[in-house]
Design a binder for this molecule. Structure first.
Ligand code: SF4
Ligand code: SF4
Ligand code: SF4
Length: 373
């Protein structure tokens, strides 16, 4: 994409130079040379940003766009700049030595995967109207075993929750990574390869509805696939939406035995506007009470890093800040509807220097719901 088109599509040309974006940006508060306002200004003045290392630091959280009165979609603007930089041979600094990016690119090839080893008691079918898109949970379980990340538990809980709703889903042996992280890193070619492979498999399955348990898979399949590869025809729905539709309406009379607080994942909240379904799910669970963090819904603080790129001291600080905010609610449990939020929070807490005021148990919403069903 050329720069002119990027500026037009993201409304960057409307920028008023007000600086509200920089004022709310969690990174700019920690790094005085980081400024979304200045990045837009430099682009508008024809500056060459391809070699700007800070391009890869943006969390793509859209907290800035929430404040922008000119409707500049800054995260998308950054994505376009990254794509141009990527095409020119630049890239961000991969966390974990690039293992996750390598895995994603391997999935663009013709390969055989053992993707269903996690399936135990849950009921799945060879054909079904509902397809459960598992995403990279089975890989994350292995890669992040030192963090005790329970990827299999999230997948099993999703199948259990669907079964309890009377749905026997189809799960795919040859599903690929949704491609979210490659897209946001600027590697559009490999993103499109993954998207086309997934699209073909979804269409061949005959499913009418695709359920995800990951906020990023959800947004990628529902919004980016139609934009880049023209599909899927099937409806895409996050498990929290489905549970909110199907679970009983909450009553206020139940005594609570567990207090939980909720992390709005950026792709589910600010990007998709799905603030209420996860809260409705919590409200319908017996004995569970939701206590909100000070910054919630559109004002929620990001979990601190994105697309396994440029994760450093500032990111850790943001994660610890958010964990402190969660702990300050007095909740027993921090729940989220995105596996990656959970991984990043667990990672932050694995640092022994992190004090008790930022330590809280983290769980996926679907695990909490499935345990109660
Ligand atoms: S908030 Fe919007 S208008 Fe203001 S400087 Fe940032 S991008 Fe420009
Ligand atoms: S998307 Fe998030 S991290 Fe990036 S500039 Fe905006 S507020 Fe800052
Ligand atoms: S916070 Fe996330 S991206 Fe950063 S090192 Fe930890 S697991 Fe990796």
């Amino acid at each position: 994409m050329d720069m002119e088109k990027a500026i037009k599509e993201t409304h960057a040309y409307r920028c008023l130079d007000c600086g509200k974006c920089t004022a709310v940006c969690p990174l700019a508060r920690l790094n005085p040379i980081y400024s979304p306002r200045l990045t837009v200004e430099r682009a508008l003045w024809g500056g060459d940003l391809a070699h700007d290392r800070l391009l890869w630091s943006c969390l793509t959280c859209e907290a800035c766009s929430e404040r922008c009165q000119s409707d500049v979609t800054y995260a998308e603007f950054i994505r376009h700049l990254r794509t141009r930089a990527w095409e020119g041979g630049q890239s961000g600094e991969c966390a974990h030595g690039g293992a996750l990016q390598t895995l994603m690119r391997m999935m663009t090839k013709n390969l055989e995967q053992n993707r269903l080893g996690w399936l135990r008691r849950g009921k799945v079918a060879e054909r079904s109207d509902t397809l459960y898109f598992v995403g990279c949970l089975p890989y994350f379980e292995v890669i992040f075993q030192e963090l005790d990340f329970p990827g299999h538990k999230v997948a099993r809980s999703t199948v259990k929750a669907l079964n309890r709703l009377g749905i026997t889903p189809l799960v795919l042996e040859n599903e690929r990574c949704c491609g979210h992280d490659l897209l946001w890193e600027g590697d559009v070619d490999n993103f499109c390869r993954l998207a086309e492979l997934n699209l073909q498999t979804i269409e061949e399955s005959g499913a009418q509805r695709v359920v995800t348990s990951c906020a990023e898979c959800y947004h990628t399949l529902a919004v980016e696939y139609p934009r880049y590869v023209g599909g899927p025809k099937a409806e895409v729905i996050h498990i929290s939406e489905l549970l909110a539709q199907e679970l009983p309406t909450p009553t206020t009379s139940r005594r609570s035995t567990k207090r939980v607080t909720y992390q709005d994942p950026c792709r589910l909240g600010r990007f998709s506007g799905l603030y209420e379904p996860p809260r409705q799910v919590v409200a319908s669970l017996p004995g569970v009470e939701l206590v909100e963090m000070e910054r919630n819904r559109a004002q929620a603080l990001c979990c601190g890093t994105s697309c396994w790129t440029n994760c450093g001291a500032d990111n850790k600080e943001i994660q610890v800040e958010r964990l402190r905010e969660a702990k300050a609610t007095g909740a027993d449990l921090l729940i989220t509807a995105c596996p990656k939020c959970q991984i990043h929070f667990r990672c932050a807490m694995s640092d022994e220097k992190v004090g008790q005021e930022a330590r809280i148990e983290v769980e996926d919403l679907v695990v909490l719901a499935a345990n109660a069903l």
